[in-house]
Write a protein that binds this ligand. Structure first.
Ligand code: SAM
Length: 366
């Protein structure tokens, strides 16, 4: 056996969908493997005493293994679970979320898990990178700046897949690149009311943030509407990191103020009021009693959530997150007069390690 290869035996999957192998006290994380699998892997890195490796050969395979449907799966870091069935994927996401909740005020709370109807063909927006010198277009390989060409990305909705295909035909993307574009950059392909569009080297998602999975977003909107109705149709609402007002768009008969730094007022989806603000530079909460406080920050979370709760003393709170770790961090010291009404896991990003989660809370002192 060569020096930089190891034998592995996978015990479990971690929250990043990597197989965890422990042989002779040597812990190794190996993506695209499954519990019970054995084989040989190439060591690719070491950090704080644990190793990282890439599978080379499987000598024992799991019954849950399936042939990945995507031709790029083994090299691409976009999807993590296409080598197994959807039940295994969803169960691992659920267990990861439950483990996190055990370190929060919501220990042992029964979560409601909503799987996605489509495992692929759901993304209505994808971002690619290009390099004019090497004439390459594709996704970055892991956290490197190396480009992996992906002429077919099955996670994208059909019309985006077709557009992507056409960009690779005779390298037509090179002729579509606007004049004076930098030699290296990125492009976004997205669905809009005008059809499939491409933007080049824009700092933000065109038109502001929008949820990438339309079907799962509709399910989330239903949960938010039910919560709104259950919380006695609150009148004064803050939608913090509200974007164009997606989550509160169906709250009738209420005054909703959106806080966000990007979306402009003309893009609001409903009758909301817009307060443009960089919430990371100016996180101070307004001093105003609020009926319902809603958070939906980016992956980094919002460390000042509890300050807002203290200042606004809401009767009801909802927090939606695409990264449960930071949501749990933000609510770690939640005052105990807030109790959880429901906790949801919504699989907005099937085939990947990511998922969306929502916690609905009630003020028992109100
Ligand atoms: C996860 S999105 C949620 C948006 C909205 N709730 C939705 O469902 O479409 C996070 C939002 O945070 C906003 N955001 C990111 N950084 C921000 C900042 N520094 N200050 C204020 N808003 C920010 C983005 O513009 C985006 O609309």
């Amino acid at each position: 056996m060569k020096e930089n290869t190891i034998n592995f035996k996978i015990e479990r999957l971690d929250p990043l969908a990597q197989g965890v192998s422990k042989i002779d006290d040597k812990i190794t994380f190996i993506p695209k493997t499954l519990p019970g699998e054995e084989g040989r892997a190439l060591l690719t890195g070491k950090k704080k005493g644990v190793h990282f490796a890439r599978p080379l050969e499987l000598t024992k395979t799991s019954e849950d293994r399936i042939e990945a449907i995507c031709p790029h799966f083994n090299q691409c870091s976009g999807c993590d679970y296409l080598h197994t069935n959807y039940e295994t994927e969803l169960e691992n996401k659920k267990q990861s979320f439950e483990r996190l909740l055990n370190y929060s005020p919501f220990k042992d709370f029964n979560i409601k898990c909503h799987g996605a109807p489509n495992r692929l063909e759901y993304r209505n927006r994808i971002q690619l990178h290009y390099d004019l010198k090497s004439k390459q277009l594709g996704f970055f390989k892991g956290r490197t700046n190396q480009i992996l060409e992906v002429p077919s990305c099955l996670a994208a909705i059909g019309p985006i897949q077709e557009k992507l295909h056409s960009l690779y035909e005779n390298q037509s993307w090179t002729s579509l690149l606007p004049p004076k574009s930098p030699p290296k950059g990125h492009l976004e392909i997205f669905d809009s009311i005008e059809g499939i569009q491409i933007t080049w080297n824009m700092p933000y998602a065109s038109g502001g943030f929008s949820q990438v999975n339309k079907t799962m977003n509709e399910l989330a909107l239903k949960l938010w509407k039910d919560f709104y109705l259950e919380s006695n149709s609150p009148k004064k609402i803050f939608d913090v990191f509200g974007g164009s007002g997606n989550l509160s768009r169906n709250f009738d008969d209420s005054r909703v103020t959106i806080f966000d730094n990007y979306c402009d007022e003309s893009k609001l989806l409903s009758h909301q009021v817009f307060q443009k603000r960089d919430l990371f530079k100016e996180p101070n909460p307004p001093e105003e009693k609020i009926d319902l406080l809603l958070f939906d920050p980016p992956r980094s979370g919002f460390k000042e959530s509890l300050d807002w709760i203290e200042s606004c003393n809401p009767n009801f709170i909802g927090y939606q997150s695409c990264f449960a770790d930071t949501m749990i961090r933000d609510f770690k010291n939640l005052p105990n007069h807030y109790e959880a009404l429901a906790i949801h896991l919504l699989d907005f990003f099937p085939s990947t390690r990511h998922f969306e989660s929502i916690i609905f809370l009630k003020n028992t002192r109100a």
